[in-house]
Design a protein around this ligand. Sequence first.
Ligand code: NAP
Length: 253
Amino acid sequence: MTQSQRRTAVVTGSARGIGAATAVRLAADGLAVAVVDLDEAATKGTVEAIESAGGTAVGVGADVSDSAAVESAVATVAEKLGPPTVLVNNAGITKDNLLFKMTDQDWDAVMGVHLRGSFLMTRAVQKHMVDAGWGRVVNLSSTSALGNRGQANYSTAKAGLQGFTKTLAIELGRFGVTANCIAPGFIASDMTKATAERLGVEWDDFVAMRAKEIPVQRAGAVEDIANMVSFFVDERSGFVSGQVIYVAGGPKA
Ligand code: NAP
């Protein structure tokens, strides 16, 4: 891909975990990548990893649930890397608790990052996609969308993202934009490490326990999800839209 043909991608929550692996993978695929996360300083590691491999990246600090911050971040990306036409809505948090103990704040925070954040980011980036007559949106759902004890807020948000994806596919298809959703199963990351800690289980024991329930008998790696994102973003994937792919080492959670 020549410099003038190079597309710009925005990956939210890409200072670490699945987002960081995705940013690195899309850069290796030839895209310029905006590494968006809450704290701009935290994006340094991902930006350096991309640049040291010969790619192009810029770190941008923004809270995806804040409308003004999102508008400003997208304008910065357009100015520094060119109009973004790939968006990966990956930023996420968990505030797990059984329903009777879940606070209003636990509910609102999770809805704010996953649902409001994906809405705000997509609304801000879609105009660049429509102008270009080409675009790719990839949303991060979860096997928890099928229901998971202690995650009434998170499972609702992740199920909501599946509906959001299908509607985006219907509305934006005529502009050359696809929208797809990845629902990861158990992936080794800081998020799942925090879950092990909350449950009081040693990380290695937690992974071994979870791997036993997974048909391929291992935990997922962040690169497993980055690989699926790469497929959806690929120029040749333009007839795949409105889909939810469970990347979980088996057919179900
Ligand atoms: P992670 O390691 O916790 O990373 C999440 C990233 O999102 C962090 O860098 C975090 O920043 C950032 N973030 C949080 N709130 C944000 C906000 N308001 N604005 C901008 N960035 C924000 O999580 P992960 O495991 O890589 O998960 C990535 C995505 O995959 C999430 O949507 C998650 O729900 C989904 N997922 C993960 C798994 C799994 O097993 N790991 C399974 C299914 C789905 P801070 O570090 O500053 O908090």
